[in-house]
Design a protein around this ligand. Structure first.
Ligand code: HEC
Ligand code: HEC
Length: 340
């Protein structure tokens, strides 16, 4: 009896000290009620705030690059929804330029495929790409692991996150993924509005929402503002063949992943090659700029023999006003996602 009592006390103590470690108000990765089922495999890598904390430190650590100058956070900046402010295409190590625009990062747990062409299907297998890319970080995972092992802070953080201080590639990837999926964007004024606060949007914004639903939501669909399909939205084409590079199916040429439009006010430059810098240019593109340089142009953008989506200037302006209600200022300033 005494033994059981003693055991109970020890268990309670362990439990209490655990609670002290965690900030009880920090609920970590919470799946919003009105979001679909997550695509990320939470069974293989159960989420914990300890993994997120480790992942956050890795995300902002320039030692992930060959010359210790470029971190993930160099190209993915929180204030602009983790896109790269002012950079049309990626700008990495030795000032080298890539060919594609750094996308905004949030709600990644719902993303079935990564990259503009969907070239990677598993977030845990993603991180090697920017690290090994010669124009981004130009480093190898074994070298990164060796560098991390020299830092006692990491030994501690790996222990907290995974129960032992072993630093392995699998754990490294899982921690980065935990940080990536923890960045959830669902607290914009629009979210407030659909939760029932009708005053959260003004009249023009509500009209913009209706126009958006008629003209844009077939592709930028649902609560995530993307159906995650690959489409040709009528840009003049360049050398980048998009989805074709992955599938090698001709009918996939010049198709790119439909991006989410949450936080789009902040995340420019826009499109896979960063060709547009303002939302006005985007609306002009859809209204009068759509071109058919290839048979893969989406059928939605060539209805009744007309290219593009007919819109008056007033309609364009209202859609822009609506798009700005998708800015999630809480996410953009949440210190759990910051370098600190
Ligand atoms: C030099 C700039 C640069 C660095 C450094 C960088 N990225 Fe990126 N990131 C990009 C670009 C550009 C793309 C889009 C590439 C493409 O689609 O081909 C991208 C795409 C992504 C995506 C896919 C998003 C989506 O919606 O498909 C994720 C996730 C991501 N990066 C996370 C990271 C992480 C984690 C790191 C650090 C290990 C990192 N990035 C380092 C520029 C960068
Ligand atoms: C036929 C599907 C389709 C329709 C309809 C559509 N879009 Fe797009 N949209 C796309 C695709 C695909 C891309 C990415 C294309 C690329 O980068 O090559 C995109 C990109 C964008 C971007 C750039 C986002 C970023 O992060 O770079 C914005 C903004 C945008 N669309 C807004 C709109 C608006 C507003 C409408 C309605 C007027 C609309 N779209 C209608 C498919 C569509």
């Amino acid at each position: 009896m005494k033994k059981i009592y003693y055991l109970l006390c020890v268990l309670l103590l362990v439990q209490c000290s655990k609670n002290e470690d965690n900030n009880p108000t920090d609920k970590g990765f919470v799946i919003p009620d009105n979001f679909p089922a997550v695509k990320y495999n939470l069974i293989e890598n159960p989420y914990s705030n300890e993994k997120r904390e480790l992942g956050r430190k890795l995300f902002y650590d320039a030692r992930l690059s060959r010359d210790n100058t470029v971190s993930c956070g160099s190209c993915h900046q929180q204030v602009v929804a983790f896109a790269h402010a002012g950079h049309r295409v990626s700008h990495g190590i030795d000032n080298k330029l890539g060919t594609r625009n750094a996308p905004a990062l949030f709600n990644l747990a719902w993303n079935p495929l990564f990259f503009w062409d969907g070239g990677v299907g598993d977030l845990d297998l993603f991180h090697i790409n920017p690290i090994q890319n010669p124009v981004e970080m130009d480093e190898t995972i074994p070298n990164v692991i060796t560098k991390l092992k020299t830092d006692n802070n990491y030994t501690d953080l790996f222990k907290k996150a995974f129960g032992s201080s072993d630093i392995t590639p699998l754990r490294f990837n899982q921690a980065l993924s935990a940080f990536m999926i923890s960045i959830v964007s669902n607290q914009s004024r629009y979210d407030d509005y659909i939760a029932g606060n009708t005053a959260a949007l003004n009249t023009s914004e509500k009209e913009g929402l209706q126009l958006f639903n008629q003209k844009c939501a077939n592709c930028h669909a649902g609560i995530l503002f993307s159906d995650f399909s690959f489409r040709n939205n009528g840009l003049t084409t360049g050398a980048d063949l998009g989805r074709f590079r992955v599938s090698v199916i001709t009918t996939d040429s010049f198709k790119f992943k439909v991006p989410s439009l949450r936080n789009v006010e902040k995340s420019g430059p826009y499109m896979h090659d960063g060709r547009f810098t303002t939302l006005e240019e985007i609306l002009d593109h859809y209204a009068t700029g759509v071109v058919k340089t290839n048979t893969t142009l989406d059928t939605i953008l060539q209805q009744d023999g007309t290219l593009g989506i007919p819109m008056t200037n007033e309609e364009k302006n209202k859609i822009i006003l609506f798009l700005k209600t998708l800015t999630d200022t809480k996410m953009l300033s949440d210190t759990r996602f910051s370098e600190q």
